[in-house]
Design a protein around this ligand. Structure first.
Ligand SMILES: Cc1cc2nc3c(=O)[nH]c(=O)nc-3n(C[C@H](O)[C@H](O)[C@H](O)COP(=O)(O)O)c2cc1C
Length: 190
């Protein structure tokens, strides 16, 4: 068997970190389009392809979403990381929203990871963001769904900020004990 264990996809997965500081550079359109293509090619259960993606790059609108979000959850609530300094979209130049007719967490999660890994492979940073869902699923969120061009009854699934990194954070500790290969079953222990 000829397996190429060390390859760019594996390095992107291992190198990716959540980025919460971005430069002001806008994302080139080709990068956004390629990330959308990577999202579109994510697998989905029974090939439902139920998720809809909207990429918001309008800074004024991103700031307005931050204001609406903080007005809803509280300006001093640590409902998201670095609540005191960072807007909910982490100051990134683009925020990808994933919506679906139902709360399709599995398919949306798989799709958002495609975007995160593809972004890392392009040298870009990303931050998966669930917290903005509390705004999107609230009454006030209907306005934003309408402005983003999805039916107001759609559910927010997940979002992801993408942009040029302005930080290189240390990796967060992992729990290797959670991962095991089971080579042989000890039936006698039953
Ligand atoms: C489903 C999900 C939701 C998340 N929501 C947020 C969020 O709302 N705000 C935020 O700043 N980070 C959010 N994160 C990022 C996590 O905090 C981050 O992935 C975790 O701390 C591990 O860090 P790492 O991605 O650098 O390994 C989310 C990540 C996932 C997978």
């Amino acid at each position: 068997m000829n397996i190429n264990i060390e390859n760019p996809a594996v390095s992107a997965i291992l190198k990716r970190r959540t980025i919460r500081s971005y430069t002001e550079n806008p994302l080139p359109r080709e990068a956004i389009e390629k990330l959308l293509e990577c999202a579109m090619w994510a697998p989905s259960g029974r090939n439902s392809q139920a998720c809809h993606v909207r990429v918001l790059t309008d800074k004024k609108a991103l700031d307005a979403i931050n204001t609406d979000f903080k007005n809803l959850v509280g300006w001093d609530t640590p409902a998201y990381t670095r609540w005191d300094t960072n807007p909910v979209y982490q100051g990134a130049p683009a925020l990808f929203f994933i919506f679906a007719a139902t709360k399709d967490n599995m398919n949306g999660g798989i799709m958002v990871e495609n975007i995160a890994i593809a972004a890392e492979s392009m040298g870009l940073g990303s931050c998966i963001i669930a917290s903005v869902g509390s705004l999107m699923d609230a009454e006030e969120g209907k306005k934003w769904k309408k402005l983003l061009g999805v039916p107001e009854e759609f559910q927010f699934v997940i979002s992801i900020a993408v942009g040029e990194k302005a930080e290189e954070p240390e990796p967060k500790e992992r729990k290797p004990e959670n991962f095991r290969i089971v080579e042989e079953i000890d039936y006698e222990a039953l």
